[in-house]
Design a protein around this ligand. Structure first.
Ligand SMILES: NC(=O)c1ccc[n+]([C@@H]2O[C@H](COP(=O)([O-])OP(=O)(O)OC[C@H]3O[C@@H](n4cnc5c(N)ncnc54)[C@H](OP(=O)(O)O)[C@@H]3O)[C@@H](O)[C@H]2O)c1
Length: 203
């Protein structure tokens, strides 16, 4: 199934080799060893470069990496999780995550990354889909807690002092922070891209 999905991705992208392939969401019904071996096979045959993982519990990521290491196989190196300046509550259950969201780069994941400097955090939705700058894009309900106004106030103050937009500050803090983060920022126009891109001196 992983072979098939990777092949379909290569076809859609029109490439011989996927530079990076993510395991997205976890399927606890499949033995992890099988998944690890199937991903490693793709790397061995040369159709995939790096392996990544998204929205999985940290203990599952570590277990998969340990299984790969013990078998001398390549493991996940790129971790894609939601991360921004504002911090969401992660205790709200939903259909996908009955114990609360596993898709956010919370303290456990950040601690894991600090302990494993070879890993890379790719932050999805770093601009909260435009919510920092748009009144038509309200923050999701999991940001409704007392930490949000405090963090927003600091962000806006720093942006004012720096003569930058809040989006630029959010991205610059990710790129230049103690824990280096690759922001996976979206833009649907050149104007948005130009407005958001932090100057190189910030990183
Ligand atoms: N692993 C996962 O589960 C997962 C989940 C979500 C996303 N992702 C990945 O992350 C990528 C980025 O996600 P995202 O789009 O949520 O990222 P984002 O950077 O938080 O939001 C980008 C969106 O914000 C709005 N925006 C950006 N700059 C703006 C500006 N200066 N002024 C006004 N509006 C602005 C635009 O919305 P409009 O286009 O509506 O104008 C833009 O498309 C996606 O392409 C996807 O590959 C992964």
């Amino acid at each position: 199934m992983i072979q098939e999905a990777a092949e379909r991705s290569r076809e859609r992208l029109g490439v011989e080799r996927l530079d990076l392939l993510y395991a997205h969401i976890d399927d606890h019904t499949v033995p992890q060893r099988e998944t690890v071996e199937a991903f490693a096979e793709l790397v061995a045959e040369g159709t995939v470069g790096l392996l990544g993982v998204s929205n999985q519990a940290v203990w599952r990521v570590e277990r998969a990496r340990a299984l790969a290491a013990a078998a001398g196989l390549p493991g996940y190196e790129v971790l894609q999780y939601q991360h921004s300046h504002l911090r969401p509550r992660t205790d709200i259950p939903d259909g996908l995550f009955p114990d609360g969201s596993l898709g956010h780069a919370g303290p456990e994941l950040r601690g894991y990354l600090r302990a494993e400097p070879g890993l890379t955090l790719v932050a999805y939705s770093p601009l909260l889909k435009g919510a920092y700058v748009r009144t038509d894009r309200p923050l999701p309900p999991d940001y409704d807690h007392p930490g949000t106004p405090a963090r927003l106030a600091v962000l806006r103050e720093v942006a004012r002092e720096a003569g930058a937009s809040v989006n630029q500050v959010v991205l610059a803090w990710q790129l230049g922070g103690q824990l280096p983060i690759v922001p996976l920022a979206g833009a649907s126009s050149v104007a948005q891209l130009e407005e958001n891109w932090p100057p190189p001196t910030w990183s």
